[in-house]
Design a protein around this ligand. Structure first.
Ligand SMILES: [Cu+2]
Length: 264
């Protein structure tokens, strides 16, 4: 008997060598930050868990409030958390092990992960992210790539355009609605941080009964693939360039798939 399984695969590639520097819109600003308690409203059943585990579900048309805690911090690839990686392959998957392409280097991460925490919600959910900036001297912001931010434009994450940069030690609360279904991502929008690690997937699913979804047997949370280019040094080292090789930062020696790759 012939049997065919169709998977809904969320694949996206982020190549910073050619990425634009600024996107976003200038609009009416509202600087108020509400306490989480005041965010619950009747149409959103509350997901009080950290990092939205209750929001990763089969979409049923009942919107939820999805809360995430992001810590932005300096870190390193191939740290002690990686045990005997790459000799013992399973060690490369230990918690807080950022293996990347196996070359030790300084990085900037959200929650000591590359990619950062996976935000997977349903259309209509409200996404709330508290970002604490643990960097000792750099400001930060997170841009939610592809979110239209209709009515929530002050959470678009563009420093000095839609918000003040988040200073060292400060926390900023992003809150917006998952309006359009699709495969998106988020990343730091301050300086060159995004190329050094702080980015991750943002998947918005729609009700499985929608016409498009009839073509797929499965749409599983683990079917997310993030592809990115990767340098063996901090990106700041190659911009504006050392004079001898101004294109150094544009020639990535490795690509990472879900944060892992090889360097030969
Ligand atoms: Cu972006």
């Amino acid at each position: 008997m012939f049997f065919r399984l169709m998977f809904h695969l969320h694949v996206f590639a982020v190549f910073y060598g050619v990425a634009g520097l600024v996107n976003g819109n200038v609009a009416e600003l509202d600087w108020s930050v509400q306490p989480l308690e005041s965010l619950s409203n009747k149409s959103h059943s509350r997901s009080s868990d950290s990092n939205g585990k209750l929001c990763l579900r089969k979409c049923d048309g009942v919107p939820r409030l999805c809360y995430y805690k992001f810590k932005l911090l300096h870190y390193t690839t191939m740290s002690l958390a990686c045990g005997k990686c790459p000799k013992v392959k399973s060690d490369c998957y230990l918690p807080h092990c950022v293996a990347a392409n196996g070359v030790p280097r300084g990085i900037t991460t959200i929650n000591r992960m590359i990619p950062g925490p996976s935000i997977q919600v349903c259309q209509g959910d409200k996404i709330v992210v508290d970002l604490k900036n643990h960097l000792p001297s750099d400001s930060a912001s997170i841009h939610w790539h592809g979110m239209r931010q209709k009515g929530t434009q002050y959470y678009d994450g563009i420093p000095l355009i839609t918000q003040c940069p988040i200073g060292p030690g400060e926390t900023f609360r992003y809150q917006f609605y998952a309006e359009d279904a699709g495969t998106f991502f988020y990343h730091s929008h301050s300086g060159f941080q995004k190329q050094d690690g702080p980015m991750g997937p943002l998947i918005i699913r729609e009700n499985p009964n929608k016409e498009f979804n009839f073509h797929f047997d499965e749409d599983l949370p683990e079917h997310v693939m993030l592809i990115q280019d990767w340098l063996n040094f901090l990106v700041e080292e190659s911009f504006p360039g050392d004079g001898a090789d101004r294109l150094k930062g544009f020639r990535a020696p490795s690509y990472l798939i879900n944060g892992r790759g090889i360097f030969t």
